[in-house]
Design a protein around this ligand. Structure first.
Ligand code: ADP
Ligand code: MG
Length: 210
């Protein structure tokens, strides 16, 4: 846990499945049994901001650490920055070996920021080494069809996706942001108050416009 660089403590116990009905609870619980790590399979969590991708990636990493597995967390940008720094210092091979070693690597936030070509090449090298060697949990707010744009190279992105998906559990989350839930509730309660106060206006509005 100390060397994992996890940004927060998030566990399965604190995850509210009721808030995110598009998530299959059994799939998430069975992933937390961690057989995918023994099988060197990957997990990809896709979905818009705030739906719990990072939460679930961290809870998988914590579960693995608790079972004595070596885990490491980084955002895509941070991982690439550390590879670039190592390359500049002539220590790329060593750094790649270090990042290939953990039984579970979390690559968080693919897609929020674009990657330059040399960064994309470095990340591809890392994922190529981890392929069929150790599990990676990846999160993205963008669908695979947009990964070419993120990595600035359609061919490399396709090769990356091919390796990632070969042995992979896909968790596609469609839903509202948990970060915004209080605002959503506030919005809904204000809206129902307005509607209760103005039944005539509501009826007018709900009529078809043609
Ligand atoms: P994402 O990575 O998809 O943008 P996060 O995992 O960072 O979203 O979630 C945003 C915040 O909301 C975090 O504090 C997270 O712990 C919390 N959160 C998200 N979804 C849930 C949920 N279903 N139950 C409990 N907490 C949640
Ligand atoms: Mg996140």
């Amino acid at each position: 846990m100390r060397s994992s660089r996890l940004p927060a403590v998030k566990t399965l116990e604190t995850f509210e499945f009721s808030f995110q009905p598009s998530i299959k609870r059994e799939q998430i619980e069975s992933l937390h049994e961690l057989n995918f790590i023994d099988r060197k399979e990957n997990v990809v969590l896709l979905g818009p901001p705030g739906v719990g991708k990072t939460h679930l990636a961290i809870s998988l990493a914590i579960a693995a650490a608790q079972r004595g597995r070596r885990v490491y967390y980084g955002t895509l940008i941070d991982l690439i920055a550390s590879l670039e720094e190592a390359q500049a210092a002539g220590r790329l091979t060593r750094r790649l070996a270090v990042l290939t070693h953990p039984s579970l690597l979390v690559v968080d936030e693919i897609g929020y920021l674009p990657i330059n070509r040399s960064g994309a090449v470095l990340f591809f090298q890392l994922m190529n080494r981890r392929y069929e060697h150790a599990s990676t949990v990846l999160t993205s707010n963008k669908g695979f069809e947009e990964w070419g744009e993120i990595f600035g190279d359609d061919v490399m992105a396709a090769a990356l996706i091919d390796r990632v998906l070969h042995h992979c559990h896909l968790v596609n989350i469609r839903g509202n942001s948990y970060r915004m839930r209080e605002h959503t509730e506030l919005y809904r309660s204000l809206q129902s108050e307005v509607e209760a106060a103005e039944p005539a206006r509501r009826t007018r509005r709900s009529k078809p416009s043609h």
